[in-house]
Design a protein around this ligand. Structure first.
Ligand code: ISE
Length: 342
C-alpha cells in the first residue's frame, strides 16, 4: 500500500490524561498520515479539553462505543497500565493495530493473556510505547555496541533522575513506572535478556516523599554477562536527567548529556537541562508515533517493541519489586521468544 495516496489513518486515542493529550496534539500537529478520529475518555471535561485540540474527533465514554460506531482504524492506549487489558482485548478482537503506552499490563500473568490473544491473529498488532528505542542517541549507542567497534561491551551504567514525583507515586512505581524503561532499553542495547535484578538502598534522601525509600541502585545482570547498574532517583530537586554510559574493552561511550544552548554569564557556564520526560523525549515520541503510523499504513503494523517485549519487562518488574524488600539478586525466569515475535 502506498502511504502517499491512501487516506489518513483514523486513530482513536484512549485516555486523555497527560500522555493521551500529548499524543493527541502530536498526531494532530506533528505526525503525517494520521488524524485523531476518536477520543475515549470517561471524564467528560478531559474529553472536551482534548477534543478541542483535535478538530473532527468524536468523544466516546468507552472503547466498545467507539468500536460500535466504526470510528477508528487503529488505537493509541494512553491510560494508566491497570486499564490497558480491558481496552487491548476488544481492540485485538476487532483486529485493530495498537500503540500501547508502557507498561503492557501491570503483571506478567495479564501480559501473557494479551500475548496469547494476539497470537490468535495473523501477526503482531501491538507496538509498545517504549519510546527510548526511538531516541537518536540510544540508537547510535546500540549501533556502536552491535558493531563491536570498541570491542565487547562490559557494563552499562545508567542514571534515571526525576526532579520530583506526584503524591500518587508509590514505592513499587520506582520499578513499575520508572525503572520499567531500563528493563526494556538496556537488554535492547546489549542484545541480551535479563537474568536477575538486585536493589540496593543508599542513604535515603530526606527530601523524598515520606512513603518513599529512595534513591535506589538497581543491579541488572544480563544473560551475556553484561552488568547494568542504574541509579533510580525521583526526588533530586533539579531536573529530568536520563543518561547511560557504556564501558567497552576499548574505551567508553556516553549518551544523554545535557545539550543545546551553552551560556557564559555572571562568572558561570551553564546548559539548560530538561525538567520533564515530555520534552526530554519529545523527538523520540514523535519518531515512535510516526514509525507506528507508517507501519500501520504499509501493512507491517508494528515498528518497535512488541507485546512479547512487554511480557519480558513485566517479568523483570516482578523480580524488581521483590528485590525492593529482599536481600540479594532475584532471578528472572528465562523464556524463548516465539517465532510469531521474531
Ligand atoms: C514516567 O511515568 C515515565 O514513563 C518516564 O519516562 C520516567 O522517566 C518517569 O520516571 C516515570 O514516572
Amino acid at each position: 500500500m502506498s502511504t502517499t495516496s491512501t487516506p489518513d489513518l483514523r486513530v482513536g486515542v484512549v485516555g486523555a490524561g497527560m500522555m493521551g493529550a500529548d499524543h493527541i496534539q502530536r498526531i494532530t500537529r506533528v505526525i503525517s498520515g494520521a488524524t485523531v478520529s476518536a477520543i475515549v475518555e470517561p471524564d467528560a471535561s478531559r474529553a472536551e479539553a482534548a477534543a478541542a485540540t483535535a478538530p473532527g474527533a468524536q468523544a466516546f465514554a468507552s472503547i466498545e462505543d467507539a468500536l460500535d460506531a466504526g470510528a477508528l482504524d487503529a488505537v493509541v492506549i494512553a491510560t494508566p497500565g491497570q486499564f490497558h487489558e480491558p481496552v487491548l482485548l476488544p481492540a485485538l478482537e476487532a483486529d485493530l493495530p495498537i500503540l500501547c503506552e508502557k507498561p503492557l499490563t501491570p503483571d506478567s500473568a495479564s501480559s501473557l493473556r494479551i500475548v496469547q490473544q494476539e497470537r490468535k491473529l495473523d501477526r503482531p498488532h501491538i507496538q509498545l510505547g517504549f519510546m527510548r528505542r526511538f531516541d537518536e542517541e540510544y540508537r547510535q549507542l546500540r549501533e556502536l555496541i552491535a558493531s563491536a567497534d570498541a570491542g565487547e561491551l562490559l557494563m552499562l551504567r545508567g542514571v534515571h533522575r526525576n526532579p520530583t514525583v506526584p503524591d500518587t507515586y508509590t514505592e513499587t512505581m520506582l520499578i513499575t513506572d520508572s525503572l520499567v524503561h531500563e528493563f526494556d532499553v538496556m537488554p535492547w542495547l546489549a542484545g541480551s535478556p535479563i537474568r536477575s535484578v538486585e536493589v540496593k538502598h543508599p542513604r535515603r534522601n530526606a527530601l523524598s516523599p515520606e512513603h518513599l525509600q529512595e534513591p535506589i541502585l538497581a543491579l541488572i545482570e544480563l544473560e551475556n554477562g553484561v552488568l547494568v547498574d542504574v541509579e533510580m532517583n525521583v526526588s533530586e530537586q533539579f531536573g529530568y536527567h536520563v543518561g547511560t554510559e557504556a564501558v567497552f574493552q576499548t574505551g567508553f561511550a556516553r549518551i544523554g548529556q545535557p545539550s543545546g544552548l551553552q551560556r557564559w554569564a555572571d562568572g558561570r557556564f551553564s546548559i539548560a537541562e530538561h525538567t520533564s520526560f515530555k520534552t526530554r523525549f519529545a523527538r523520540a515520541y514523535d519518531a515512535q508515533v510516526q514509525a507506528w503510523v507508517n507501519a500501520v499504513r504499509d501493512g507491517s503494523l508494528v515498528a518497535g517493541p512488541t507485546a512479547w517485549d512487554g511480557y519480558l519487562v513485566a517479568l523483570a518488574c516482578e523480580a524488581g519489586v521483590q528485590a525492593l524488600t529482599q536481600t540479594g539478586a532475584v532471578g528472572v525466569e528465562p523464556t524463548v521468544r516465539p517465532a510469531f515475535y521474531a
